[in-house]
Design a protein around this ligand. Structure first.
Ligand code: SF4
Length: 427
């Protein structure tokens, strides 16, 4: 663990950003596979010792789509360099990235991560369940669905004051984003409840925190009202690939979800949308999920990666836990395809060891949920996570630190002088 920590923390500092960018871009522009990208970096670098990792020490490309692309006689299709936002990914390209040798994939993702995002920084978010259980949807993984008999107890919508106490506690513990979830199919006609949520959003934004909600399906008008109240982001997951989705949820369609995402985006709110691993899906479904995200008019500001926490009483109670290599492969692929998005380790993070989580940070994850609880499942505590970040040379982000959050900083509370100074200091 100690030696990985040392390597991980020193690696990005030995090559100036611009030089790294040039090397990476020239290498990737002349190559269509991760394996040949690495080789091109190696041959074009006049100072091999300046590279973060000597490519000659990386494992050779294994069998599969990645290695089948690198024949000398094969036509080379020029494409945008790594670290460029693209909306024209083909599913084959995403699949090739996902299926490349894992450590090469992590290396490539780590390199792009350090080009595009603040270095060694992790966003801390806290999630509060403001209305638990009794949901009319049938999401097969969820303890809050009224279709299943689970340990979840339905509750009423929380009071504003109760929520503000929790938001202040989160802020005092270093969280910069506060998320609120209500177990509803849709906001629908809940006018009083919705107004209460608008008040929560406005108050929490006034504390200088980023605010996110997840309230089910939204109309355009509701999205606009949330925007006016100061909402930073709205979470609405696609969960899995379009093909596998019907095995997970039948009470609303994939296109319903895309339609809410579009309403959120049109209102000028950042989209937080990701998926869950361990639903019984195949590798190609994880590819399909990332591919769907890559085709959105704007990539999600945040891509949460959840690992199923199997809840007794749900149809997925007997599912095998997702293995860490699959989690890592998904994070690294998302980092390369959705290069500017925040990759968020969400539910189920506590199932992985600290070393595994550190590897995920290396591969591009740069946000976690922390605090006392997820919606209905455990999470690591603030103290545990502070210790982890310290041990691995990471630091918590300030509000609106990452470039992708910037457009939304103008809505309501601006970053404080202290926040701006902190950002300046770490550039
Ligand atoms: S995931 Fe959300 S929409 Fe689905 S059942 Fe649970 S609370 Fe309802």
């Amino acid at each position: 663990m100690a030696s990985l920590s040392t390597t991980a923390m020193r690696a990005p500092m030995v090559l100036p950003r611009t030089a790294a960018q040039l090397l990476l871009r020239s290498a990737v522009a002349s190559s269509s596979s991760p394996a040949s990208s690495i080789r091109a970096i190696s041959s074009s670098a006049s100072n091999k010792r300046a590279l973060p990792v000597d490519p000659s020490e990386l494992p050779p490309a294994g069998p599969g789509p990645a290695s089948s692309q690198s024949s000398a006689s094969a036509p080379v299709t020029p494409r945008a360099p790594d670290g460029t936002t693209r909306h024209d990914w083909t599913r084959k390209e995403v699949s090739e990235i996902y299926n490349s040798p894992l450590l090469e994939l992590v290396f490539r993702a780590a390199t792009v991560h350090r080009l595009v995002h603040p270095k060694n920084s992790v966003q801390l978010c806290t999630l509060m369940n403001i209305k638990e259980g009794g949901c009319s949807e049938d999401c097969g993984y969820c303890s809050q669905s009224s279709k299943y008999t689970t340990p979840s107890t339905p509750s009423k919508l929380s009071d504003v004051d109760e929520v503000l106490v929790e938001a202040r506690k989160a802020k005092a513990n270093g969280s910069t984003r506060f998320c609120m979830g209500a177990a509803w199919r849709e906001v629908g006609g809940r006018k009083r409840g919705f107004n209460r949520i608008l008040e929560m959003v406005s108050e929490i934004r006034g504390m200088g925190m980023e605010v996110c909600t997840t309230l089910g399906m939204l109309t355009k008008e509701q999205a606009a009202a949330l925007k006016n109240a100061g909402l930073t982001a709205y979470n609405h997951n696609l969960d899995t690939s379009r093909e596998y989705y019907g095995k997970v949820v039948t009470s609303r369609s994939y296109d319903d979800r895309l339609s809410t995402i579009e309403n959120v985006r049109q209102a000028g709110i950042s989209v937080c949308s990701g998926g869950i691993l361990g639903l019984g899906e195949e590798h190609e479904d994880r590819v399909g999920l990332i591919y769907e995200m890559s085709r959105l008019p704007e990539h999600p500001e945040s891509f949460p990666v959840n690992a199923l926490v199997a809840i007794p009483g749900t149809p997925m109670e007997g599912n095998e836990p997702v293995d860490f290599p699959t989690m890592l492969r998904t994070v690294a692929t998302a980092r390369l395809v959705l290069c500017k998005s925040i990759i968020r380790l969400a539910a189920g993070r506590h199932l992985f060891s600290e070393g595994e989580q550190a590897m995920a940070f290396m591969a591009g994850a740069n946000a976690i949920f922390t605090g006392e609880r997820m919606l209905t499942t455990p999470t690591s505590s603030w103290d545990q996570d502070k210790g982890m970040l310290e041990r691995w040379g990471l630091r918590p982000m300030v509000s609106f630190e990452d470039e992708i959050m910037a457009p939304h900083a103008s809505n309501g509370a601006q970053p404080t002088q202290k926040e701006a100074a902190a950002k300046e200091a770490q550039v």
